[in-house]
Design a protein around this ligand. Structure first.
Ligand SMILES: NC(=O)c1ccc[n+]([C@@H]2O[C@H](COP(=O)([O-])OP(=O)(O)OC[C@H]3O[C@@H](n4cnc5c(N)ncnc54)[C@H](OP(=O)(O)O)[C@@H]3O)[C@@H](O)[C@H]2O)c1
Length: 318
């Protein structure tokens, strides 16, 4: 059985609006309500054995909520991960009319965001470039790479990057070649992988063979794996998923996460649960295993990588 653990990501807990296929109506979207909900989801996760927590400056108050919870609980066995490179712009404004997060992979942004994130030390172990792309220039930015190597040396951090988009494979290939003073910079990759987007399977195997730490994100395709009338072209897949979820007596969320665990065997698969109920359902992925024909059937659900990311770019924030 794979040793993959479920980690908890704070993307939907730290801010009132995020990608939601089914908009959340009738929930209290005040910052105080989110603070208190996040605390209870973190407590529930810890109680159920979750030890890895993933956040970012652009997840609204995600870093602050995680920091407060961590300070108040004082658990010594948690592993925290955060990122740098995206700034949260929506300022908790509901219906914000603009990009909620803006990317900037400069040395000054790294220094600015590190000033806050370093408060998560010493539980902070994984520090990642948030959504590295060829366009952002960060894979060629020597001064940023030197600074990251200094943080790695000074604080014993695992330096990683997260990837999105159809060029994930090429980004990981390029990142694995980056060295500072003859030492590989990146030891961790957080990658989008799920039933619909499986294009990185071989590069992930390669990274695993090189001993890199692997984290899978968006394992539920932002909610697109759940039967939903918005996505006409997935209706056949939905029928198969419903049948398989009956067979294993778990929800499609647990099936989707388990698929990543058994196919990729990463260190962590992230739950993006937005509340305790979703978290409990997601954690059922720990209770069974997928192999043989079931795994093959799920592997056959992948879609064309360009189509996947084109559709991802159209998903609404609400
Ligand atoms: N570039 C990056 O570095 C990056 C990008 C994205 C994510 N991440 C990380 O990965 C984590 C997970 O990603 P994600 O949340 O974006 O995507 P995801 O895990 O693919 O999708 C999570 C969504 O699935 C739905 N869901 C989960 N459990 C459910 C259940 N039991 N029943 C029904 N719906 C359920 C919820 O949607 P509803 O909210 O609609 O209910 C939830 O928001 C994030 O928290 C973050 O830490 C990193």
């Amino acid at each position: 059985m794979t040793k993959t653990k479920i980690g908890l990501g704070l993307a939907s807990l730290g801010r009132p609006e995020y990608i939601n296929i089914r908009p959340h109506q009738n929930i209290d979207k005040s910052a105080e309500a989110f603070r208190s909900k996040t605390k209870s989801v973190l407590d529930e996760a810890y109680k159920n054995g979750v030890r890895y927590f993933d956040t970012a400056p652009s997840y609204g108050r995600g870093e602050e909520f995680l920091l407060d919870w961590h300070r108040s609980r004082g658990y010594k066995d948690v592993v925290l991960g955060t990122k740098w490179g995206y700034t949260y712009k929506a300022n908790w404004e509901l219906g914000y009319n603009g990009p909620h997060e803006v990317k900037e992979h400069s040395l000054s942004k790294l220094r600015e965001q590190w000033k806050y994130s370093k408060q998560l030390l010493s539980a902070l172990k994984i520090y990642q470039i948030h959504s590295a792309t060829f366009d952002s220039g960060v894979l060629e930015n020597k001064e940023v790479q030197r600074e990251l190597m200094s943080l790695k040396k000074d604080y014993g951090l695992i330096i990683g990057l997260t990837s999105s988009g159809k060029a994930q494979t090429e980004i990981l290939e390029a990142a694995m070649r980056i060295e500072v003073d003859g030492e590989e910079l990146f030891d961790s990759f957080q990658v989008t992988f799920n039933l619909l987007e499986q294009s990185t399977l071989s590069v992930l195997k390669k990274a695993k063979d090189k001993g890199k730490l692997l984290i899978i994100k968006e394992g539920m395709a932002n909610g697109r794996v759940f039967p939903n009338k918005h996505f006409e072209h997935y209706q056949d897949r939905y029928q198969e998923l419903i049948a398989m979820s009956k067979k294993f007596q778990v929800g499609i969320d647990a099936l989707a996460l388990r698929f990543c665990m058994d196919l990729v065997e990463p260190d962590y698969v992230l739950s993006g649960a937005g509340n305790i109920e979703q978290l409990r359902e997601n954690l059922k992925a720990h209770t069974f295993e997928l192999k043989g024909d079931d795994l093959h059937q799920l592997q056959s659900m992948a879609v064309d990588v360009s189509d996947y990311w084109e559709e991802r770019s159209q998903l609404e924030w609400n």
